[in-house]
Design a protein around this ligand. Structure first.
Ligand SMILES: *Cc1c(COP(=O)(O)O)cnc(C)c1O
Ligand SMILES: [Zn+2]
Length: 441
């Protein structure tokens, strides 16, 4: 256990049994009380499990939420640290989480995007929730930070994941900080920026000859094998805890809007976990009285080259048919998205939609966002901004409403997307004549 914590958490000793899935009753994960099946509602003790033993439905966290009332809770949040742990009373983490070595992500800017709004013909408020400023430059730090607390509680010594790129870096960094071993798995054909970031923190990085979906299948096998004993896969056996981290995007957006719900949100979809949990977070804020109870619409964004959820939405299907991804938006390239059916539910229930854009539109949107707001997004941000543009043109998004568009990653990680079509305006000799000749004076 010595690699886990400095020894100031003797209660984690009981986590060793929890890691074997036999007893989760002793863990302290704050307001989290149990795991609950999304499909049949059956309850399980908190432990490193992710599927219902009765119906194979996904498990999610059930809570005993604070009862102090909205005013007091808002004040408690406002007095908290300037990172996601200000929302600890609503997350599956112990009360003293902020004292654990963690990357402390969150509290990223909500940027009022008036110039982009003008270009897009939006007359209402447009905001970009810019998550590129997290410690490893994607939203994944939020989910991993939560998974690390679960890994500690269950006594895991190795942190692992199957990743489309950003998650591998976030896990590598978080494990380094927490003093855990890490071993992460990626498809072999990722962007260099993501491969280097996943490796630089010193853990094991394994590239697999196959797609993300192959990587994910491999990880499921590893969990079932003795080799994987003591391993916490943040997005597999720790998935219920990991996924809750995305709720902090909902909390932050509403707090930054002055504890108000936006009218419309445009959210990227890879596995669909983030979108699903942002909806969960918004519903919790309503339930707790932290925001007014009124409708909001959720819009999902995919790349055309990996658009199984968008396809199902447009075809009116409830089933998401897996595809083989082929897109520059590699962080979103999950051909068989686990939460696809829930995304369809949410888009339909809230009156939103799911749409996709092609690679050319993604690149154009990256440049549009950079040119109008000074935000350099990775391809996933090109997908959300591109889809926003497309849905406005189609009259599906309301141009007069308050809209929040997510940018979930940093453009420096996907330089290739724009490198071929951007560069110096001219290359000149260091004198004025040369500058004049270039036609730039
Ligand atoms: C992982 C990721 C997402 C969304 O992932 P989900 O699996 O849908 O939760 C979005 N944007 C970026 C940049 C990502 O890395
Ligand atoms: Zn069930």
């Amino acid at each position: 256990m010595s690699v886990l914590t400095s020894g100031d958490h003797p209660d984690t000793a009981s986590g060793a049994t929890a890691a074997n899935g036999t007893n989760g009753a002793q863990v302290d994960l704050g307001p989290a009380t149990a795991l609950s099946c999304r499909e049949c509602g059956e309850r399980f003790p908190l432990g490193p499990i992710f599927a219902c033993t009765s119906c194979f439905g996904p498990l999610e966290i059930a809570y005993d939420f604070p009862t102090e009332g909205p005013e007091a809770l808002r004040a408690r949040i406002a007095a908290g640290p300037n990172n996601i742990w200000r929302y600890a009373p609503l997350l599956p983490v112990p009360a003293d989480v902020a004292e654990h070595p963690n990357l402390n992500p969150g509290c990223t800017p909500l940027v009022r995007a008036d110039r982009l709004a003008a270009e897009l013909g939006i007359t209402g408020e447009l905001h970009i929730k810019d998550d590129s400023g997290n410690p490893t430059h994607s939203f994944k730090d939020r989910v991993v930070a939560n998974a690390v607390e679960a890994a500690r509680a269950f006594g895991f010594t190795t942190l692992s994941c199957s990743s489309t790129g950003n998650l591998a870096g976030a896990v590598g960094a978080a494990a380094a900080r927490a003093g855990l071993r890490s071993c992460v798995f990626i498809p072999h054909d990722l962007e260099q920026g993501k491969v280097v970031m996943a490796a630089v923190y010193g853990g094991e990085l394994v590239a697999i000859e196959g797609t993300y979906d192959d990587v994910n299948r491999f990880c499921s096998e590893l969990i079932g094998d003795p080799i994987g004993e003591g391993w916490g896969f943040v997005n597999v056996n720790l998935r219920p805890y990991y996924a809750e981290g995305s709720k902090t995007l909902a909390y932050e957006i509403c707090e930054q809007l002055g504890w108000k719900l936006p009218d419309q949100l445009v959210i990227p979809i890879a596995s669909g976990s983030q979108l699903t949990k942002i909806d969960k977070g918004l519903k919790e804020l309503i339930q707790l009285g932290l925001v007014e109870d009124r409708p909001y619409k959720i819009f999902g964004a995919q790349a055309e080259g990996c658009s199984p959820v968008s396809r199902a939405f447009k075809d009116g299907h409830d089933v998401v048919r897996p595809v083989k991804p082929d897109t520059i938006a590699k962080s979103l390239a999950i051909g068989n998205p686990a939460d696809g059916p829930y995304v369809l539910d949410i888009a339909r229930r809230t009156g939103g939609a799911v749409e996709d854009v092609d690679d050319e539109q993604i690149v154009a949107a990256i440049k549009l966002l950079a040119r109008t707001e000074g935000i350099f997004a990775e391809t996933a941000g090109g997908v959300t901004v591109g889809v926003t543009r497309k849905l406005l043109a189609a009259g599906v998004l309301d141009p007069a409403a308050t809209t929040v568009v997510l940018n979930t990653g940093d453009g420096l990680k996907t330089l290739d997307a724009v490198a071929g079509t951007t560069g110096p305006s001219a290359t000149i000799r260091p004198n004025l004549d040369s500058f004049r000749e270039a036609g730039l004076a």
